[in-house]
Design a protein. Structure first.
Length: 303
């Protein structure tokens, strides 16, 4: 893998064995590997993923897009959570990783006050350590969101959290117990949108309780496949109640320019609804990440 860590090793080898090694590039010596104008070689790009089905699907999309563009790719999926994989990115063992802007910003800046998509993305670029950068963020998100049933949305003309203040029936928000005290819980709805809600600690049965009518607003992650399969409506958040967490490629600076065109094209096509649909294929249809990625890339004209 061509990273900051092994650049020094390559330079030393070139000094010892001369121009022949420089022409052969890194260990693989594959003449079909994409190169750079300054004589460097991309060699193998290592792509990682979290131990999370949705993240793995995105990582596989990155991998196949790069392979289609002529790059050699190594997959290092299901690494774990940030404490496990960020050191690998910072050391250069992993080159590319699908990340989430808000959660990643909070990792580096725990007391961040940014909430909107643009503000989070801008602050994240400043917060990253040397040697790492982000490419274009997608519109797809995997973050806290408030959802209602399609029937309730239609009955009350709901599209945005701001519309909730016009609802005449009592509102009850359901979610994990800790949501009651979170800044985006009942107090946040009142502060940001002037909406008063009761609270029910529904935990793992939040969606079931929403469908049963014991609550009428549910805290669901925005890429949860049940939003599609249960015909839920995600209420938009124009005033930034939630910390935006858009899907974003986190990449080693050494290779960012070489892969930017390929990966940014993926981000441009990855939408919130599209990410939910990908997750449905994974969890409901039980399709493999490889098949899901190939179909998505083909449907979007990227391979």
């Amino acid at each position: 893998m061509f990273t900051a860590r092994n650049k020094g090793r390559l330079a030393l080898g070139a000094a010892v064995v001369g121009a022949a090694l420089a022409l052969s590039g890194c260990a693989s010596g594959d003449p079909l590997d994409p190169g750079t104008d300054d004589g460097g070689s991309t060699d193998t790009i290592t792509i990682g993923s979290q131990a999370y089905y949705s993240n793995e699907v995105i990582a596989e999309i990155y991998a196949q897009a790069l392979e289609n563009a002529g790059f050699t790719v190594e997959r290092d999926f299901n690494i774990g959570q940030r404490d496990a994989y960020l050191p690998s990115l910072e050391s250069g063992e992993v080159d590319l990783f699908p990340e989430y802007t808000g959660n990643l910003l909070q990792y580096y800046v725990p007391d961040t006050t940014a909430t909107t998509s643009d503000d989070v993305y801008a602050d994240l670029q400043d917060a990253l350590p040397d040697g790492l950068e982000v490419l274009d963020q997608s519109s797809a998100t995997d973050q806290d969101s408030y959802n209602v049933t399609a029937a309730f949305a239609e009955e009350n003309n709901l599209e945005s959290l701001a519309d909730l203040k016009n609802v005449t029936v009592p509102l009850t928000l359901g979610g994990a117990p800790e949501l009651e005290e979170r800044p985006y819980g009942p107090s946040g709805l009142l502060e940001k949108y002037g909406v008063t809600v009761g609270f029910s600690a529904t935990g793992d049965t939040t969606v079931e309780d929403l469908l049963a009518g014991t609550i009428n607003i549910a805290n669901v992650y925005s890429a949860d496949p049940r939003i599609q399969t249960e015909d839920l409506v995600t209420l938009s958040d124009p005033d930034g109640l939630f910390l935006a967490s858009n899907v974003v490629p986190l990449v080693n600076s050494d290779i960012a320019d070489q892969i930017a065109d390929v990966i940014n094209a993926v981000s441009a096509k990855l939408t919130p609804e599209g990410l939910v649909a990908l997750n449905v294929k994974s969890t409901v249809d039980q399709e493999s990440s490889e098949d899901i990625a190939t179909e998505w890339l083909t449907d979007n004209g990227l391979i």
